[in-house]
Design a protein around this ligand. Structure first.
Ligand code: PHB
Length: 390
């Protein structure tokens, strides 16, 4: 018996030695962790860590090292330099993160040159995945979220809409996709304005919208100071009292900020791929694990889910390929990905390496003292409509 136990001990020691010597998996996480978009990096990292907590922080015996790099963003030049350092000096297996479009676009040529997979966990301008064959997206695209809003609005008695978007890639995509389906459904775009990404000043735009007396305003702005400032201006200038309705992509009613935005957002109808209120066992498990992993993290939002699902996908690749693989081998696996996310079923379109998912129509309601986006209709299997016809 004793000899058996000694043998067992030795075998155990060999196993441990093997696990320790196996090359770790290095993931370079590029996002803003400071400045006005600091929540983006924190949510993405929080989501990745949540997946690791639920599934063990080693994949197939390999430790996972997340090399966190702060762009302070939006700062495309910084993102590019960080990506170069991560591939050349740190020899990362994956580049990941990307809260903001300009950062993802700046890194795409680095991923291409290094043949390093680039796993996008938020940045949502349609064209990003077309900028590198090594880019794959586990978040959303603005056309994907906005086109259903146009269709839904036109079908549900909304006829005259003013659009307001942030003046950069995702905003321009949102404006185009919403306007297209809304007009196809018989709606009329009264006018469209774009507000700068840096230091937005909403008051004059909101006054113009009020004067135009549309039935509704369709809005995309990145969550944070933009969404808060827009809702504040909308409230202060009394647009709701004039009967002007807000319709939006769910970026405006982001779960993380929703409670802080308070009563003015109640009743807003929006389209999006993830809600804390999504009723599924996967989402319940995710919410519980996120709270345990990030005790000071507040409510997770769609960026946390992008990080969580992106981490899941990376783990699937590592389970199959270990640590020595080519970027092309990894991309072949990413293209086949299909699994149940906290948001619902997701898959990657192998033609575009972009995500296919359900887009839900939701209304902001109060439940148990908190505000939630309550899903009440859905558009299943939505591909990114912003890609050139295939
Ligand atoms: C982006 O920069 O691509 C972006 C940022 C925030 C969002 C969506 C897209 O909510």
């Amino acid at each position: 018996m004793k000899r058996f136990l000694v043998a067992l001990g030795l075998a155990g020691a060999v196993c441990v030695a093997h696990a320790q010597s196996a090359e770790p998996i290095r993931i370079g996480l590029i996002a803003a962790f400071s400045g006005p978009f600091a929540d983006y990096g924190k949510q993405i990292e929080g989501g990745m860590k949540t997946w690791l907590r639920q599934n063990g922080d080693a994949i197939a015996g390999r430790k996972v090292e997340i090399l966190v790099r702060d762009t302070t963003g939006p700062a495309p030049e910084v993102a590019k330099r960080l990506a170069q350092e991560l591939v050349v000096r740190d020899k990362v297996h994956f580049l990941a993160g990307f809260g903001l479009t300009p950062e993802a676009l700046a890194v795409a040529p680095v991923a291409t040159q290094a043949k390093t997979p680039m796993v996008i966990m938020n940045a949502a301008t349609s064209v990003i995945t077309m900028k590198s064959p090594y880019a794959v997206r586990f978040s959303h695209t603005l056309p994907q979220d906005s086109a259903p809003m146009g269709t839904w609005a036109a079908k549900n008695g909304i006829q005259r809409v003013y659009t307001l978007v942030a003046d950069y890639g995702p905003g321009i995509d949102a404006e185009a996709a919403f306007s297209k389906t809304f007009k196809e459904g018989g709606g009329q775009i009264v006018d469209s304005v774009r507000v700068p990404l840096k230091n937005p000043e909403f008051a004059p735009f909101i006054q113009r919208i009020k004067d135009a007396k549309p039935q509704a305003v369709f809005i995309f702005v990145p969550p944070g100071e933009h969404s808060i400032a827009f809702m504040k201006g909308f409230q202060e200038r009394g647009l709701a009292k004039e009967g002007i309705q807000v319709i939006a992509t769910g970026d405006l009613t982001d779960d993380h900020l929703l409670d802080a935005m308070g009563d003015p957002v109640l009743g807003i109808i929006n389209t999006f791929h993830y809600s804390n209120a999504h009723d599924s066992p996967e989402n319940k498990a995710f919410l519980k694990a996120f709270a345990e992993t990030n005790p000071d993290g507040g409510r997770p939002n769609f960026m946390a889910v992008g990080g969580y699902d992106g981490m899941h996908a990376i783990a699937e690749v590592v389970k199959k390929l270990g640590a020595n693989f080519t970027g092309d081998q990894a991309m072949e696996l990413f293209k086949q990905m299909k699994f149940e996310s906290p948001r619902g079923p997701i898959a990657i379109d192998p033609e575009t390496r972009d995500i296919v998912q359900t887009v839900y129509v939701r209304r902001v309601e109060r439940r148990d003292g908190h505000l939630y986006n309550i899903e009440f209709d859905s558009f299943p299997n939505v591909k990114d409509p912003g890609k050139p016809a295939q």
